[in-house]
Structure formats: structure tokens, C-alpha cells
Ligand binder design. Structure first.
Ligand code: SF4
Length: 289
């Protein structure tokens, strides 16, 4: 496989065939993110992608899922993306699901019919970074869209039959807006009603604008207990018709795996026990991105 630069994928795609179809991220402006900093976004050539699919057809016969890396591969023009999916369908017939990163802009660029067409050719799940439902924080972190556009984009993915996994970021609003961030994120998650929510805890990446703001005293990093309180408020404000809310990423202080609405009360109870000191939190040195 022809891999270039930093290859990242959602935790749930750990066993997937990682097919890198773009390099970098088409936005690359979020203040907290250092993943593709300095990397110029581009779509890989058809020849390289075709070679990699042929390689996977020979050597990845046990993997049932494909994840299209890097940041925001949904931005690939429809005809080219369809060609990639059709090649996967034809040459890797054992693959049952293709996943992709998507952001608001790339979702808005596709019509509902185009998204349904991608779904019909195997695109089964999209991962969208919401980070927060608080408009002021979304602007501060330069996410490129406000809450209402996030809601429309998320609903559009779901209406096309594509499953949606939404990532939110504990601590991203600093101390002053922590409560608002938590409740507004719950409100937006409820409005989108995705199948999966993944909550990560903010870790500052050296060289990012947010880390520089922290060093300059312009951004306050909240403490583990405050992150947990944020998580509690967020879950309390989140009503999913049938979804999973996970906060079991390596960056988190307390692993949570909840099916909503079923596990809501027991999860809030677990967090309360941790806040009361009855359950110990993961030590900082064990956290990772
Ligand atoms: S957070 Fe996502 S959209 Fe923002 S720069 Fe990083 S990879 Fe790109």
C-alpha cells in the first residue's frame, strides 16, 4: 500500500483495510488539530488508488471493512469517489462496509441523490467531527460551520441511509464556556440523532494555535473532574432514539460505553460515582491520542 504522512482512522476502524485516497485534510484550519498541519491536501492519483485496491484484493482477504483515509475523503468529486467504491465492490466482494471522514462542507457539496448513490455502492458509515454544539466555541476553534449547519449535514447523511458517527471534544470550550458547550452539544446531538457518538478529551498538540493560546494564557485547560462533569451534562442533554455514546477513547479519564436511551441513567450514576471519588480516573500519563 502507498501510505504517505500521518495515517489516522477512527478506533472502530482498527481492523479495516486502510485505503488512503487523499493526503491531508481539505480544511486543515481547526485550531486544536495538528494531524495534518503543514500537509498540502490532495487527492491521490487514480493509478495509485487502483494499485492499492489490487494489493488489498490479494493480501487483505480477511478484512471485512474498508476505511478511506485521510481527512475528509468525502470531498472527492462524485464520479471519482463512485469509481473507487465500484472498484472495491468488484475486487473486494467480501467487504461489507466502507467508511469515510466527512465534514460539513463536503456533505453540503453532495446532493441527497449523490449520497444515496454512494450508499448503494457500499458507503456505510461517515465520521463527522462536531467537537461542540456551541456556536461561539465552533467559531473560536475555526471549525468552519455553526451548529445549525452541523445539524443539517448530519441529518443529510442519515437520510441517505449512511450511518453517522459524530465526535465531540471534552474541554474544547475551556473553563468559561464548559457548561454551555456541554448542554449545547447535547442539544445538537439530539437534533442529529446519530447512530454513534464518540467523546474524546482534549489534549493540546504542540504547534497548534490552541496550544499557543494556552501558553499565552488565553485558553484554560480544564481539570479531569471538570471534563467528567462536562461529559455528565452532555449525556444528560443527549436524547438519541437508538444510539451508542462512547467515551472510551485512550484520551479519556473514565471509559464509558452506553446505549442510549437504555443506559442513560446508569451511565449518569457511574459518572456521579467517579465525581464523588468512588471510582478512580485514568492517570494522565496513560492518556493518549
Ligand atoms: S479536526 Fe478534522 S477537519 Fe479540522 S483540521 Fe483536523 S482533520 Fe481537518
Amino acid at each position: 500500500m502507498h501510505y504517505e504522512g500521518n495515517i489516522i482512522r477512527p478506533p472502530s476502524e482498527a481492523n479495516s483495510i486502510l485505503l488512503q485516497v487523499t493526503v491531508g485534510c481539505s480544511r486543515n484550519k481547526c485550531t486544536f488539530c495538528g494531524t495534518y498541519r503543514g500537509e498540502r491536501f490532495r487527492i491521490k492519483t487514480d493509478n495509485i488508488i487502483t494499485d492499492d485496491i489490487a494489493f488489498a484484493a490479494q493480501h487483505c482477504r480477511r478484512q471485512r471493512r474498508v476505511f478511506l483515509c485521510d481527512g475528509d475523503a468525502l470531498v472527492i468529486p462524485q464520479k471519482r469517489l463512485l469509481k473507487i467504491l465500484t472498484q472495491i465492490e468488484g475486487q473486494l466482494p467480501w467487504v461489507t462496509r466502507v467508511g469515510i471522514y466527512a465534514n460539513v462542507k463536503s456533505i453540503e457539496m453532495k446532493s441527497p441523490r449523490e449520497l444515496s448513490e454512494l450508499n448503494a455502492h457500499g458507503l456505510g458509515i461517515a465520521y463527522m467531527g462536531l467537537e461542540t454544539g456551541d456556536d461561539i466555541t465552533l467559531k473560536a476553534i475555526n471549525k468552519g460551520a455553526g451548529a445549525e449547519r452541523m445539524i443539517s449535514a448530519g441529518r443529510k447523511i442519515r437520510a441517505a441511509g449512511i450511518k453517522l458517527s459524530v465526535t465531540v471534544l471534552l474541554g474544547i470550550a475551556g473553563r468559561n464556556r464548559s457548561r454551555i458547550h456541554a448542554s449545547e452539544t447535547g442539544r445538537v446531538l439530539t437534533a442529529i440523532d446519530p447512530e454513534y457518538v464518540g467523546a474524546l478529551s482534549l489534549m493540546l498538540i504542540p504547534g497548534t494555535p490552541l496550544c499557543n493560546d494556552y501558553a499565552a494564557g488565553k485558553f484554560e485547560l480544564i481539570e479531569p473532574n471538570e471534563m467528567l462533569q462536562e461529559l455528565r451534562t452532555m449525556i444528560a442533554h443527549t436524547d438519541l432514539s437508538r444510539g451508542q455514546f462512547h467515551a472510551n477513547h485512550a484520551s479519556n479519564y473514565l471509559p464509558i460505553k452506553a446505549r442510549l436511551p437504555k443506559d442513560k441513567e446508569s451511565t449518569l450514576g457511574l459518572i456521579d460515582a467517579a465525581l464523588a471519588g468512588k471510582i478512580s480516573l485514568k492517570p494522565g500519563y496513560l492518556r493518549a491520542l
